[in-house]
Write a protein that binds this ligand. Structure first.
Ligand SMILES: NC(=O)CC[C@H](N)C(=O)O
Length: 214
């Protein structure tokens, strides 16, 4: 789905999309999207494909965007990991909870206002499927700062939420954060590839990837 959207973007510079299954595929890339799926399985498969270390190395210098399970892999610490643990790649200094809004039946959509998106006052539909929840921002003083680019608004929180009203109203609860950037990485807890709206992928190419190649 990410590939389909990237290929239909109308930007001047052509984007060549490669599906990454091996370290050789990865070596061809300037930037990477780690898609949704199942983070524990993805980490196990990445290990057996010999991709974990190449991915960690890639993260040190290149642009990476993690969506949903990909966002979990990009985090530095995880709660609610499966028995046996969860290997992470790290790269973004957040603590995240797998399935933080509940199970499949609690999946939901929410209208988001995303900072920096083209036509940003037009809501962007976030699709949340067994989505992770950001529990805490944990940058050390030496880490690049974290920029929050979208939060769930009080009216759009899923029914399963139990967040304190005062913190939601103040926009200060980290659990309402659904998109953020740190250094050259981007994290979204929802699935921008599952909408017809190209704007998030356009943002990724224009605001994250192209500047890194300049
Ligand atoms: N839609 C998704 O990517 C779900 C993520 C899944 N809950 C996980 O833990 O990996």
């Amino acid at each position: 789905e990410h590939q389909t959207i990237l290929q239909r973007l109308s930007i001047k510079r052509r984007v060549i999309v490669v599906l990454v299954r091996t370290a050789e595929d990865l070596a061809k890339c300037d930037a990477l999207i780690i898609p949704g799926g199942e983070s524990t399985t993805m980490a196990i498969l990445a290990r057996s494909a010999g991709l974990l270390e190449p991915l960690r190395e890639f993260l040190r210098t290149k642009v990476v965007w993690g969506t949903c399970a990909g966002a979990i892999l990009l985090s530095t610490s995880v709660e609610n990991a499966k028995k046996g643990g969860q290997e992470l790649l790290g790269g973004i200094s957040v603590k995240i909870a797998r399935n933080g809004w509940g199970s499949q039946v609690e999946s939901f959509e929410a209208a988001l206002e995303v900072e920096g998106l083209r036509d940003s006052s037009r809501p962007y539909t976030g699709v949340f499927i067994r989505a992770p929840v950001v529990l805490e921002l944990t940058p050390s003083p030496l880490d690049p700062p974290i920029e929050i680019i979208a939060r769930l608004s009080p009216q759009c929180l899923p029914r399963s939420h139990d967040l304190p009203q005062a913190d939601i109203a103040a926009g200060s609860d980290p659990r309402t954060i659904v998109a953020l950037r740190q250094g050259h990485h981007l994290l979204t807890t929802f699935h921008p590839e599952l909408t017809d709206d190209n704007r998030f992928h356009e943002y990724f190419i224009q605001q994250c990837v192209l500047p890194s190649l300049a």
